[in-house]
Structures are given as structure tokens and as C-alpha cells.
Design a protein around this ligand. Sequence first.
Ligand SMILES: [Zn+2]
Ligand SMILES: [Zn+2]
Length: 294
Amino acid sequence: MPTLRIEPQLLESLTAVELGHAAQTGDRALVRDYHSFADPVYERCAPAERDKAFAQLHLVWFEQRGWRKWFGARWAEFPELAARAAGLLLLEARWKQEEGAVLGRDSTGVCLRVLPIRFANRAQFEVFVRHEFLHACDMLDPAFGYRIEHSEPCSAANASAERYRALWCAYVDARMTRRGFVSLVQPDTHRRALAHAFSALTAAQQTALFEQVWNAATLTHAELYERARRLEDKRTNAPRPGTRCPLCFFPTFDWASNIAPAVARSIRADFPTWDVSNGACARCVERYELTIHG
Ligand SMILES: [Zn+2]
Ligand SMILES: [Zn+2]
């Protein structure tokens, strides 16, 4: 790994977590080690210097516990990271929603925010870090084309961000499985998360969406974002009974339930800005069906 930096706050917290865990599980040796190591600081250092001395001590502890090596080993499991990222910065998350990988301001470093409690269980932490590293690989991959979208109003943005996250996490875990790693959560959990995020879709549509994302060899940010957003468009533009048909401008209570792609193409030839999600009255659609069949 090129560089690993860790925020002092996280160093302090993870040391406390490891000691707490050791005390709970009866690992006296670890607690003793720490005290033989830390207690002299109280004797040696004046109160004003202790903070600095402890910060250094926690860094040594981090090394001695093998964490730097451990992160290096996870990093090495993703050749894309070694090729594209300059380094890793570890930061403390205060709550679960804050956790996860993002790119640094220069877009080459990976910042990983984690809850200190993760350091108590290496096996579970490993799965979490790999999952986040694969998100980071996507963000660094020009073919994935990650970008932060600013185009939507806030209320819509929150809902589509939740859907985007559900799709992306499923896509990440599917590839974890194919690489022979344990996935962060089970496929069924992703299926349920997608069903929840896409509650406006029918059960069959939700299943189809899950299968698409779970089995896709490659997806791009734009494709995921499009899937997450499309629903919003449908919802806001869904024709309501009594509103005007965009083609004949008559108020209609009889919206066409299904518009075949060939019919949609022929409508668009006359109305270039029209889209299936705008809908059309049954009479207009019938008329276009006749023109393409006749
Ligand atoms: Zn995820
Ligand atoms: Zn019409």
C-alpha cells in the first residue's frame, strides 16, 4: 500500500475498543501488554504532554497489533486500487450512516470512514472493508464513470439516492461473491432492500431488477443512476384521470395501459419531446397502432 494515514481520534477509539473487547473475552495478556506500555506515560510525562505521548503510543499500538499490515493485505486483494489510488485515509464514523468509502478531494486517495467497534471483530471487519474497497474501485474506474449528481430537487434526490445505494451495494456484493469473497450481506437481504427502495414497482419487476443487477457482468454509474431515477420520472409524470392527453389535448379518463415500442417510435416521430412515461389516451394510441399496421 502506498500510504496509510489514520486520524488520531480513530486511533484512540480503536485502542479503547480492542481493550474493552479483550477485557470482556478474558484476554488478560492483551490488557497487561497495553498497561505495561501505557502506564509509564503517566510517570514519564507532564500532564500537558500526555495527549501527544498517547497519540504516539496509539500509533505504535496500531502497528504492533498488525493493523497496518492487515489493511495492506486487504488493499492488495484489489489490484485496481494499487493501480489507481494514491493511498488510504482512515477516519472515525460517529454513526452507521456515516460509514463507507469516498474519494478524497484530489480524487486519487480513498477515505474510509468506520465505526471503531468494527475493530473488535476482524473477520466481520474484513468483509466490510472489502465491500467498501470495491465501491472505491468503482469510483476510481473511468469505465464506471462515477460522479456526484446535483441535478435533482432535494426530496427526489433523497429517494433516488437510497435506490441508487441499494442497487450499487447489490452490484458490489454480487462481484464480491464472484471473486470468491464473502458478501457483506446475503443475496436475499439485497432482494429485500431493493423491494423496499423500489416499493412502487410490482413484485415481478422488483425480482427482475434484482436479477439484472445481481447477474450483470459490468454496470456503469449512469446505468445504475438511470434505474434509480426512472421511477421518479414515472411517478411525477404518471398521467392522472381527467388530465389532458399530451397528443390530442383532450381531458381523458381512459389512458392507454400499454404502449408498444413500435407505437412509441411512431408517436415520437410526430411529437419529438414525447416519452412513454408521459402517457397517451387510449384513442390516440389506437390511432397510432392503426398507422403502423396499415
Ligand atoms: Zn455498499
Ligand atoms: Zn389523445
